[in-house]
Design a protein around this ligand. Sequence first.
Ligand SMILES: [Zn+2]
Length: 270
Amino acid sequence: MAFKSQTFKDPLLSRVVAKISRYIRATKLGVAYFRWAHRGERSFECPICGYHGPFVTLSAVYGERLYAECPQCGALERHRLLSLVLDDVAKGFSFQGKAILHFAPEAFFRRRFMALTKNYRTSDLVMMGVDMRADLSDLAIDDSSVDVLFASYILQYIKDDLLAMREIRRVLRPGGFSVLPVTIVSDETVEYPEPNLDESGGHVRAPGMDYFDRFCEIFSRVDLYRSSSYSERFQTYVYEDRSQWPTKEMPLRRPSVGVRHEEIVPICWR
Ligand SMILES: [Zn+2]
């Protein structure tokens, strides 16, 4: 995934990375079809690239993360849900020509936004090939200058997340919105005393269902879109055995029952 979401200045490096990515995709597709044929696994549809067929099962901390990845475009459960949510939001909001600011830009959403508007900028603190290096908690951007701010799975890295949310609201135009999903892993949010580098490079909390209350403090309206809102054929659930938590690597995560968990995308209107 990291390869596909980055561009490289050196053309030789770009070709090598593209070649490796093609081999990886072909291998994943082969493994997915093998499992589909030999274990009777299900077929799905990717709303991002239009692929039909088996999805790739990934390894989880405990057991397998079933049907997680589209072998053609690399989209995960969360990306497929985000794509479906954007389709739904677009029924009542025109993206054409709007000012869109995209943090940690995923390649497939970058292409989608660029096709909709020339007023599109990307930002990340480390990723190459972005337009700016903006900190979500301290944006050097005018008030009311952005129509759509897209920052998926980023707030779980920011200690003072309410400050970041206020900053996001400040730069949004009236009628604008932000897309701010986080990984919901329990009922109650657990704040960490320090970033846990073993959790995707430094999570500062384990968000729970109560995390959405924070959005409601800052934004005028928060719409929640869930995996269960969409057809099973897109497979937007995360299969993960969380009953074994906490682990050595994630000592503050709380256990939860079941191995099939909903993803939730909040659309936060200014
Ligand atoms: Zn796909």
